[in-house]
Design a protein around this ligand. Structure first.
Ligand code: FAD
Length: 521
């Protein structure tokens, strides 16, 4: 007999893992060994647009965990099922008997398909005498806990966020972390489960999900909870360096300790600048659950006045905590209004905006060849390292939707297929925000001006010069808008594309289409 913890795509860690800890408690109580199961499902990844960068990161993190579980005498059993709809049945009827187990522990995932999978697993479990216990773990505040005074679900971020902060004040236990799981007795290696220890290993690659620059990605995003902790430490306690451009992980560079002017303290301004290394870069780790939201907030709380968790726009720390809470917010929205994870707009009235069909423009956007330098820089950064700063995610997304008038779902899909931190709730939330179809009360007629945004977030143009080498020798403001700043013959020598749309005209078109939903001008 044994107790099984089924590790999902979003809880790839040992520390502060609710279902893992609960499974370990159960195992202790029943004097049974604990087994950890992980299922690789390329079929599911394809359907859910998982990027090869993210899958590579997943495999690296599993490889990092394997010896750690080994040291605890816990077998990490990895198997692969391509057909995702069969997973619940296969887990209950094939794997649980293999593990000689009737106790299955999981952390819930809130996407529609994943919830359906869990419901099916519980149902099959009931039929076969397997008790499936599900836990909230992904978020700091579980979905459904935040409501208005009248008990209604909340869809506007600011009031929701105030409630979120209030709740954490009132119930600090929500931030309590789970202890580490107890290891198995070494004798388990000689018992009936002994074959599980050597039965599987973490594959190096999975066909169809091998990124081009594996080595570069490894240097850029080192795997493991320890690496995530170091990034957090660096963000909370060291000073940002301006104009720091490098592909590899910032952890490989020394950083100056400075608690007063650390990145988090300067976050109010820093978060909007892309010409430095100002944010935490934790998103790939949070998206895969290599580090938990509770872990990062507990560290942030140590910087708060009286060690209280600050939250709000007054300080850098409060601002960052607020930013982390967006993660909870978008997951709450997805759990309450599942249509958003099914390709539907949150605001149904915008379901029929007339989008352009233009493969060439879509490809130019993906390739970073739009003739708008800040957009191109961001899109090329995305291709190279699977990640962008928040501000340029907004700028490049807004360009696709409001300047090219292409369906936001095309952009959403491309980001998921490209990002190492691809996360349905955050990505969908970001795209619906941009497309003005989401929860945000910001009206559709507030449209980013790409040029102004470029000058604000990259004042000296260093980000652009790094990612768009055709422009690396341009001095001054011309780098933001070379086509309109230079004589035509000089521009032609750059080998850089002419802008593929006129900003002013496209703005008018976007306004018309949003105002007159369903009509083409
Ligand atoms: P920090 O500024 O250090 O923030 C800390 C953490 O808070 C982040 O790691 C992230 O987990 C969370 N966070 C911050 N902002 C947001 C936000 N707006 N929504 C949700 N969580 C947030 N984030 C993803 O993790 N995955 C995505 O697929 C994703 N797609 C996006 C698509 C668009 C169009 C936009 C506008 C935003 C998207 N974001 C996504 C949110 C945000 O851009 C990234 O989380 C952030 O840039 C990651 O950098 P960081 O870790 O240095 O963030």
């Amino acid at each position: 007999e044994s107790v099984v913890y089924w590790m999902r795509m979003e809880d790839v860690r040992i520390d502060d893992n609710t279902a893992l800890y609960k499974a370990s408690q159960k195992a202790q109580q029943l004097h049974l060994p604990l087994v950890v199961l992980n299922i690789l499902s390329p079929g599911e990844w394809k359907i859910h647009d998982r990027s090869s960068k993210k899958i590579d990161f997943l495999l690296r993190n599993l490889r990092d965990l394997k010896p750690k579980f080994d040291a605890l005498n816990i077998p990490l059993y990895i198997t692969s099922f391509d057909r995702r709809l069969q997973i619940p049945r296969r887990v209950i009827t094939d794997l649980m008997p293999l593990f000689k187990s009737h106790h299955l522990f999981v952390n819930l995932e809130y996407e529609v398909d994943e919830l359906r999978r869990d419901i099916a697993t519980v149902k099959f479990g009931q039929e076969k005498g397997v008790k499936v216990e599900c836990f909230h773990d992904r978020l700091v505040v579980p979905p459904g806990r935040i409501t208005s005074q009248a008990g209604k679900p909340m869809s506007v971020f600011s009031p929701w966020q105030r409630q979120w902060a209030k709740l954490l004040d009132k119930e600090p236990n929500l931030l309590e972390m789970s202890p580490l799981p107890q290891g198995n007795d070494p004798s388990v290696r000689q018992g009936p489960l002994k074959d599980l220890f050597d039965a599987t290993s973490v594959p190096e690659d999975i066909k169809g999900f091998v990124p081009e620059d594996k080595q570069l990605l490894k240097e850029c995003w080192p795997e493991g909870t320890d690496a995530a902790r170091q990034l957090l430490d660096r963000f909370l306690h060291t000073k940002a360096r301006k104009k720091q451009f490098q592909l590899v992980s910032p952890l490989t560079e020394g950083a100056e300790e400075d608690d007063k002017h650390s990145r988090v303290r300067e976050y109010q301004d820093g978060r909007n600048l892309v010409d430095g290394d100002n944010s935490s870069r934790l998103s790939p780790y949070l998206a895969l659950g290599v580090i938990s939201g509770r872990m990062v907030l507990n560290e942030a709380a140590k910087l708060g006045k009286g060690k209280r968790l600050e939250s709000g726009r007054d300080t850098g720390v409060g601002m960052w905590v607020q930013e982390v809470s967006w993660r909870d917010f978008y997951n709450h929205v997805m759990a309450k209004w599942p249509r958003v994870s099914m390709g539907r707009p949150f605001l149904e009235k915008f379901a029929d905006v007339q989008w352009e069909i233009n493969e060439e423009n879509l490809q130019a956007w993906k390739d970073g060849k739009t003739g708008y330098p800040i957009v191109d820089a961001a899109m090329r950064a995305c291709k190279a390292r699977g990640w962008m700063e928040n501000r340029v995610r907004m700028v490049s997304a807004c360009f696709l939707v409001k300047s090219l008038l292409l369906d936001w779902r095309l952009g959403e899909k491309y980001f998921m297929e490209s990002f190492i931190d691809g996360d349905l709730a955050a990505n969908n939330g970001g795209w619906q925000w941009t497309a003005s179809t989401g929860t945000d009360p910001q009206p559709y007629f507030r449209i980013f001006n790409t040029l102004t945004q470029s000058q604000k977030c990259d004042p000296n143009g260093d980000y652009i010069r790094y990612w768009v080498p055709e422009l690396k020798n341009l001095k001054g403001k011309a780098v933001h808008d070379p086509f309109h700043s230079m004589p035509r013959n000089e521009f032609n020598k750059l080998g850089y594309p002419i802008p593929i749309v006129d900003h002013k005209q496209s703005r008018e078109r976007a306004l018309f289409r949003y105002k007159n939903v369903g009509q083409k001008e």
